[in-house]
Design a protein around this ligand. Sequence first.
Ligand code: NAG
Ligand code: NAG
Length: 516
Amino acid sequence: MRPPSSNQYHQHRGASYVALLMLLLPAFWPGIFSPLDHASPSIFSEWNAPRPVHLSLLKGAIQRHIADEQRSDLWSPLPPQGWKSCARSLDTPGFPKKSSGYIQVFLDGGLNQQRMGICDAVAVAKILNATLVIPYLEENSVWKDSSSFEDIFDVEHFIGALKYDIPVVRELPKELSWSTRQYYAVAIRATRIKTAPLHASMNWYLENALPVLQSYGIAAIAPFSHRLGFDNMPEDIQRLRCKVNFHALTFVPHINALGDALVKRLRRPVHSSMSTGGGYLREMVDELLDRETGKFVALHLRFDKDMAAHSACDFGGGKAERLALAKYRQVIWQGRVTNSQFTDEELRSQGRCPLTPEEIGLLLAALGFDSNTRLYLASHKVYGGEARISALRKLFPQMDDKKSLASREELSKVDGKASLLAAVDYYVSMQSDVFISASPGNMHNALVGHRTYENLKTIRPSMTLLSQLFLNKSLPWAEFEQAVRFGHKNRQGQIRLRKPKQSIYTYPLPDCMCEA
Ligand SMILES: *[C@@H]1O[C@H](CO)[C@@H](O)[C@H](O)[C@H]1NC(C)=O
Ligand SMILES: *[C@@H]1O[C@H](CO)[C@@H](O)[C@H](O)[C@H]1NC(C)=O
């Protein structure tokens, strides 16, 4: 559990160090040294403003020249790859004649982990011929959002989309209304199934959940995340999971509307880069603007403190940052973080460090995205704030996010709600011409899977290649560029079939799609 005051804790400690420093540092004695205006903001925070780490590459990237041919290759959509969706092809009434009872699940994690849980819950209800109660979304300790299923997903659509597959109810009937989260939180209950193993088989549910359903008419399964396996499942169950993920789960209308507004603004070419002409030319430009055909890249950047600390990598914020992250590991995980046994260099050479905003900027520049590229930053909080993304912004001045594209009023329904904000980012990322993610994780996996299903371009950074390149401090830009392009030729959305144990939500082929 995260103590709610951990941030204040750092700040208090930081503040007392600063007080001490102010006494000791001669620079604070007025009149002796030049004013510290430029440095003071970073002294009052817990780290030194993170500085670019790859200076010579950055210089090369800023001066990059991109051939037209390279540019058009980058933006062209993926050609058809010989697969079509078949998740919907089982729309034949396969409804159980009689429901065997109610399945209730309580789902942990952030939005995208919960999404997988919802798909699995539908499948388990189908396996058991049960009725699904709209899943309960737990409040996550990192994201702290208490939004319910109905706040995020369109329930009406969800129930309608599954009407031939399983019965879904919003609430339990009165006689079972005692079965609540609170009821299970305070004591051991016969209707709770808490021993579902990770990636449980279909038979596990038939043997362990069906008897509970038959005895009590209800089975509450928690924990439920990652509790249904991906291998040895009947085809119709797999396709149903795909159908839930790619068709039944849609966001509430106000999220889609906000997403559409953002996408529209992203597709609008930037005035300053178009033309300075007036009159006739201006009209033409305006007409073009109305069409909103500009292209954009969505960059998912998860770079919050939690993730930075958990990776145990060094992100260039100096000793203060290293100490702050080590302290965070101590407080949150009592120091039990496997990665912290390794040095930064060891972690990097194994490709286990998330790319920093600077590094993802270098990657995009090397791939051939020029400085006019519209970049949508799908991101929650960036640890280190604006200073952390300044190198990225230097390479891509046309970088936007929810806050820069929408008014405060437009954001009022989602502001401060991590799951709703993540839903907006998901929606916008699905509309982007190119999607790229700076670190693996649930959001990355969910989008990679969904975009594969829609045959949309998705760049998968080669972490091992990039970390090797970044470790060589004397690599010239031209060589970096060449190595990056070569290493990412086949990492832009080319079909990869699911291997055993892998998730159908990340690799929807061949389970969700059929050869065309
Ligand atoms: C579910 O219903 C189908 C068709 O009605 C039946 O074949 C199957 O045995 C049932 N399964 C369970 C677990 O009741
Ligand atoms: C770094 O790159 C340069 C230029 O390609 C090369 O000569 C050198 O051997 C590389 N260093 C390492 C440690 O790989």
